[in-house]
Design a binder for this molecule. Structure first.
Ligand SMILES: Cc1cc2nc3c(=O)[nH]c(=O)nc-3n(C[C@H](O)[C@H](O)[C@H](O)COP(=O)(O)OP(=O)(O)OC[C@H]3O[C@@H](n4cnc5c(N)ncnc54)[C@H](O)[C@@H]3O)c2cc1C
Ligand SMILES: NC(=O)c1ccc[n+]([C@@H]2O[C@H](COP(=O)([O-])OP(=O)(O)OC[C@H]3O[C@@H](n4cnc5c(N)ncnc54)[C@H](OP(=O)(O)O)[C@@H]3O)[C@@H](O)[C@H]2O)c1
Length: 424
């Protein structure tokens, strides 16, 4: 039956809004991509965003030197390509400009400052109930900014990077120097001359170290495990693109072997510099454990030249010092935790067996985009922007199909009823 079934008076809270179409939670690239595909097909929606702008991860929580790692054709969102004059690897600012243009082009106007506190499927009425709080108190005069949205479809687009991961270490509170997460790092400008411990060797850790070098700081990079580092380009071609082409013809283990062969030709043996490779190949590891290989844009050369020093796992901190598992102790001025992120879905999505405890859909790629009862997940395939775009297209198609079916029925039987439903 068409979108909103009649709820009993008892089940409707005082401040409640029935939504004609899906509610999309999150106005990052994933949420925008779903919204654009729906707009393109004439399906109404609302987007809820806890921040005060679109793509806050990109606008507020990334460093200045950030460029997209993959070539532009893989990072553009559905239905609107990047401008022709964008370089092969667009900068962070160019990507933000594109997203602003994208939102404008598809008339996507998220409801900003609206944080989803909980979402649950109400079996009785067969609808989703999404409770939010508006941090500006904008919705009400009485200061109670809580609102409940009621909808038939719920699209989770809150991202793989919703919360920072900061491990606990003995003695960190007595360390005394500056301690931040990489999401707060903008540039090495404020670290000139400092000895900086960068914890983590993912793409963030590697690039922060490189940036610190460019600002004459002295980075020490904590590498506690094996890691796959690949050159961003191989013989002038993007490594990612090459992998995509090879995977069309060859099994993944063989593509891994080829990529590792190229990596060896470019970097040589990295073990003597403290970087060992996992026994599983980079693509296989990505597929099985979701671990992203690092795409190198110059860090390896700085490790080889000794400008970036690789250190093992941390044992403890003490005032002005870090001690490592091999017993060595070094003086440091600052610490940057480039220790990654986690999904926040378990903190607000209730009673769903679609997501596992780690906040990712239980079904692995490519089946993790659709749950039951109108629930969808976009951008959780651990496949970056290309993965999010693919999810978005599938989700929108699925909703459009149902929407059309239901509006057809609604037109026939419930035309009057529909006009009574509050629409956003
Ligand atoms: C430093 C960095 C660089 C990256 N570079 C690349 C790259 O070059 N290429 C690539 O493919 N990927 C890259 N990524 C991965 C990145 O996560 C994706 O590109 C992209 O941002 C994912 O989009 P998203 O919309 O799924 O998630 P996000 O961009 O994180 O958007 C999720 C949105 O949901 C909102 N939200 C969360 N919880 C709630 C809530 N409870 N209520 C309301 N709103 C909520 C957030 O505020 C946010 O706006 C990078 C990540 C980082 C951290
Ligand atoms: N230019 C770009 O495109 C770009 C730039 C930055 C980030 N990104 C993307 O953003 C996402 C997040 O990347 P990220 O680098 O921030 O996070 P990440 O890939 O999750 O890497 C986190 C790193 O921290 C390490 N770590 C975690 N806990 C630790 C501990 N207690 N002690 C020592 N090390 C610890 C991890 O090591 P273990 O492996 O041992 O757990 C790993 O090396 C990824 O998808 C990445 O590709 C892209």
């Amino acid at each position: 039956m068409f979108p909103v079934r009649k709820l009993s008076d008892h089940s409707v809270p005082r401040r409640c809004m029935c939504v004609n179409g899906p509610v999309i939670i999150g106005a990052g690239p994933s949420g925008l991509a779903v919204a654009a595909c729906l707009r393109d097909r004439g399906v109404p929606f609302i987007v809820l965003e806890q921040s005060n702008c679109i793509a806050p991860l990109w606008q507020n929580h990334t460093y200045d030197r950030l460029k997209l790692h993959l070539t532009k054709q893989f990072c553009q969102l559905p239905k609107l390509p990047f401008p022709d004059d964008f370089p092969k690897y667009p900068s962070k600012q160019q990507f933000i400009d594109y997203l602003e243009l994208y939102a404008k082009h598809f008339a996507i106007n998220p409801r900003f400052n609206e944080t989803v506190l909980s979402a649950r499927y109400d079996e009785t009425c067969g609808l989703w109930r999404v409770r939010t709080v508006n941090k500006c108190g904008a919705e009400t005069a009485d200061g109670n900014a809580e609102l409940e949205y009621i909808c038939q479809w719920l699209v989770v687009a809150t991202g793989e990077n919703a919360e920072t991961v900061v491990p606990e270490f003995e003695g960190l509170s007595q360390f005394g120097g500056r301690v931040i997460h990489s999401c707060e790092y903008k540039s090495g400008e404020n670290y000139r001359g400092e000895r900086v411990l960068v914890v983590g060797c993912g793409n963030s850790g590697m690039e922060v170290c490189l940036d610190l070098c460019h600002h004459n700081a002295i980075p020490f990079m904590v590498v506690r495990n094996s890691v796959h580092v690949l050159p961003r380009e191989i013989i002038g071609k993007s490594t990612f693109e090459l992998a995509v082409i090879l995977m069309k013809w060859l099994p993944i283990w063989l593509v891994d072997k080829i990529l590792l062969g190229f990596a060896y030709m470019v970097f040589g043996d990295m073990e003597k510099y403290g970087l060992t490779r996992p026994s599983t190949g980079p693509l296989e590891l990505k597929n099985t454990q979701g671990k992203t290989p690092v795409l190198d844009i110059g860090t390896v050369a700085k490790i080889k030249s000794g400008e970036i020093k690789v250190v093992p796992g941390i044992k403890r901190f003490s005032p002005g010092k870090a001690e490592f598992v091999d017993g060595k102790v070094i003086d440091i001025d600052s610490v940057i935790f480039a220790t990654g992120y986690r999904s926040n879905v378990p903190s607000w999505l209730q009673d769903s067996d679609f997501f596992s405890k780690n906040g990712y859909p239980k079904e692995p790629y490519p089946n993790g985009w659709r749950g039951k009862a109108g629930l969808y997940a976009v951008g959780f395939a651990r496949r970056g922007l290309p993965g999010a775009s693919m999810d978005a297209v599938k989700i929108a198609e699925d909703i459009v199909k149902q929407w059309k079916e239901e509006t057809k029925q609604a037109k026939q039987f419930f035309a009057c009823h529909r006009r009574c439903i509050s629409q956003v």
